[in-house]
Design a protein around this ligand. Structure first.
Ligand SMILES: [Zn+2]
Length: 122
């Protein structure tokens, strides 16, 4: 038996989180909108060979952040959909109710802690 979940509470949490993540993505897009070429030329003209690698590395970190943010965003959207269709708070693997404390920390999670741990162990 699963206790009724206060979906309205989680919906608010998810929408807040969604806004925050979307802002982060917008920020990253802005950061990356300058072309890499311009930046590289500038650095090369300074003639410090090490700096180019640094610029490339920074960019890769930004892209990874962006990728993570976009994944998070789709996880949040998925959770909002599950609120709509009434499956929110149910583990997608075993079908049992997800611990409310876990939902409170990670409202977009799709698995209970047991299944998550099993999956991480492989
Ligand atoms: Zn489970």
């Amino acid at each position: 038996m699963s206790a009724a979940i206060d979906t309205e509470h989680y919906r608010k949490r998810l929408l807040d989180e969604r806004e925050r993540v979307q802002e982060a993505i917008d920020y990253l897009h802005e950061e990356n909108s300058g072309s890499l070429e311009d930046e590289t030329q500038e650095i090369q003209s300074d003639n410090h060979p090490g700096d180019m690698a640094t610029a490339t590395l920074d960019r890769e970190i930004d892209y990874t952040l962006e990728e993570n943010s976009e994944r998070l965003l789709s996880a949040i959207d998925g959770a909002l959909e599950r609120i709509e269709d009434g499956t929110f708070g149910t583990c997608r693997t075993c079908g049992r109710a997800i611990d409310p404390a876990r939902l409170e920390a990670l409202p977009y999670t799709t698995q209970c802690i047991d299944c998550k741990r099993k999956e991480e162990r492989g």
